[in-house]
Design a protein around this ligand. Structure first.
Ligand SMILES: Cc1cc2nc3c(=O)[nH]c(=O)nc-3n(C[C@H](O)[C@H](O)[C@H](O)COP(=O)(O)OP(=O)(O)OC[C@H]3O[C@@H](n4cnc5c(N)ncnc54)[C@H](O)[C@@H]3O)c2cc1C
Ligand SMILES: NC(=O)c1ccc[n+]([C@@H]2O[C@H](COP(=O)([O-])OP(=O)(O)OC[C@H]3O[C@@H](n4cnc5c(N)ncnc54)[C@H](O)[C@@H]3O)[C@@H](O)[C@H]2O)c1
Length: 491
């Protein structure tokens, strides 16, 4: 295992999802000789089985929901009929339209060498690539970035082999074969995937049961946020079984569907389904790449320092494979660190800053958060204050028929320092950008309040929450003095 005297490449990237693509892009931009290796489809999970298909499906569902609500606005439409094959066509068309951004052609033009094949580490500097034809090639590199993504967690439930379950990897192909959405659909896991799919498929006509082991859905988010999503999903007919843990499966009576056995505080419950989707989290892909042999893993996970480096400083990781967050925007954020630390880390290295990680769940009303939730602030013993604004009072939300939700801001007690924000409401994921920028550059609520926001927009909610904070912190003594001064001026 001797370090080569010369290298074929400056950098080799394994995996062409968000993390790998951006790592390769940045490396090529700084004139490194970089090879990107992909065993499956360019674009990885986000483009092919994750964000893009799920958001395309959500859009179709939103239109169906809008049509049902249209009579509230005096526009009388019949109950929408769902042409499910065309819904799935929209999903595929969306992927097709975005595909060129992540294509071999585009990256080749950007100066990246793209190889299709399966990569594994032979030694700390050598990557073996096995092409689909069976031919093999070894390449050495001064730095290697592991960006192989994650895969759905499929626990070994007894009886699972007797049902044909789906995951986010397989469900798109299955849905594409159907003439109508599955009739009785059980979604296992009340995280982001479970909640987004539950609402979308309910709106398109499925009878949904959403099962979550924790006491609430979206347990990682602020309690008021999960409560708001609970209300929204139940109002749309989704059956929520929180505090229910999946324990085993039984085969269906007619070779179709099956039965899921759940355990709750009272005992056991059985639910029948036509289709079941497992959305129980995603685990970093770490097998079959030679990582064990190089001792890069600890308890089955990649062991990384805060610069995304393994025990070999020139082998780094980014994206879902690196964790701890699994978002496309995190994959591309980490990619900068992986590329720069990989290429130049021996001269200067940069630690990843996770203090400000935004996220959104694309349910309706949308939810978005950044920084600390109230629960996390309490856990960490931080002295905080809460300021709220009710989106139900906002002019734009009222005229748009979207008068629900809130902006909730945590600030350090007695200080104009934003610690965290949660937003529930139409376009929450867009609204939160102002707070992300403010927090990143240390701007407080006073600065947001003194910024002109266009009337009538949803973004005024950000100004109004800042106004509520300002009112609560009005200097009482100064105001008393001003009252006296104004009275004197009237004399
Ligand atoms: C249903 C769903 C919805 C989602 N929605 C959102 C959302 O709205 N917003 C958001 O931010 N995130 C969302 N995510 C998460 C997001 O998709 C991931 O965080 C992101 O795609 C991770 O990118 P990555 O590059 O780390 O991994 P991936 O995109 O998984 O890329 C890894 C690539 O490596 C390749 N590979 C693996 N092993 C090898 C090997 N040995 N050799 C060569 N190539 C290899 C794989 O084929 C794959 O293409 C969603 C995920 C799912 C499942
Ligand atoms: N909008 C977005 O950004 C978005 C959308 C979808 C997915 N994602 C990413 O994809 C990743 C995977 O999403 P996910 O929803 O699969 O994972 P998740 O970890 O967010 O949710 C899984 C849920 O399953 C529950 N669970 C686990 N075992 C259970 C059991 N036996 N019975 C009942 N419930 C059980 C867990 O308590 C948890 O709430 C997430 O990390 C997320 O970041 C992001």
């Amino acid at each position: 295992m001797q370090k080569p005297k010369k290298f074929d490449r400056n950098l080799i990237v394994i995996g062409a999802g968000a993390a790998g693509l951006v790592t390769a892009y940045i490396s090529a931009a700084v004139k490194a000789k970089v090879t990107l290796i992909e065993s499956g489809k360019m674009g990885g999970d986000c483009l092919n089985t994750g964000c893009v298909p799920s958001k395309a499906l959500i859009m179709c569902a939103r239109l169906a929901h809008g049509a049902r609500r249209s009579s509230n606005f005096g526009v009388i439409l019949p109950e929408p009929s769902i042409d499910f094959p065309r819904v799935m066509q929209h999903v595929r068309d969306s992927i097709k339209a975005i595909e060129p951004n992540d294509s071999v052609e585009r990256y080749t033009e950007l100066g990246v060498e793209v190889l299709k094949g399966t990569a594994a580490l032979v030694d700390p500097w050598t990557v073996k690539i096995v092409h689909s034809s069976g031919s093999e090639k070894n390449l050495t590199a001064r730095a290697i970035v592991l960006a192989a993504g994650a895969e759905p967690i499929v626990p070994p439930f007894p009886g699972l082999d007797r049902v044909s379950y789906l995951t986010s990897d397989t469900l798109w192909e299955r849905l594409s074969q159907l003439q109508a959405p599955p009739q009785r659909l059980t979604l296992l896991g009340g995280g982001a995937i479970g909640c987004e799919l539950a609402q979308a498929l309910a709106r398109l006509g499925s009878e949904i049961t959403l099962v979550e082991r924790a006491r609430v859905i979206l347990p990682e988010l602020d309690r008021e946020v999960s409560a708001a999503v609970t209300v929204a999903l139940e109002a749309e007919g989704v059956t929520l079984l929180t505090g229910h843990e999946a324990v085993e499966f039984e085969g269906g009576s007619d070779q179709k569907g099956g039965v899921l056995v759940l355990r709750n505080a009272e005992g056991r419950v059985k639910i029948e389904f036509d289709e079941v989707i497992l959305a129980l989290g995603r685990r970093a892909k770490t097998t079959g790449m030679g990582l064990e042999k190089l001792q890069l893993l600890e308890n089955g996970k990649l062991k990384l320092d805060d610069c995304l480096r393994t025990r070999y400083p020139h082998i780094l990781a980014a994206g879902d494979m690196a964790g701890p967050y699994q978002f496309t925007h995190m994959a591309s954020y980490q990619a900068w660190y992986a590329a720069v630390n990989g290429l130049f880390g021996d001269i200067k290295k940069f630690a990843v800053d996770y203090s400000l990680v935004p996220s959104a769940v694309f349910v309706d009303p949308e939810v978005a958060s950044v920084g600390l939730s109230e629960g996390k602030a309490r856990e960490q013993g931080i002295d905080y204050e809460i300021t709220r604004y009710n989106i139900g009072d906002l002019d734009r939300a009222i005229v748009d028929g979207a008068a629900r939700g809130f902006v909730k801001v945590l600030t350090a007690r007695g200080k104009d320092k934003i610690l965290g924000v949660s937003i529930v409401g139409e376009n929450a994921a867009e609204l939160i950008s102002e707070f992300i920028l403010a927090m990143k550059y240390g701007l407080g609520l006073n600065k947001i309040l003194s910024t002109i926001h266009i009337y009538p927009t949803m973004s005024e909610a950000n100004k109004f929450v800042a106004g509520n904070w300002k009112r609560a912190h009005a200097p009482a003594a100064v105001l008393r003095l001003l009252a006296v001064f104004n009275r004197w001026r009237r004399k």
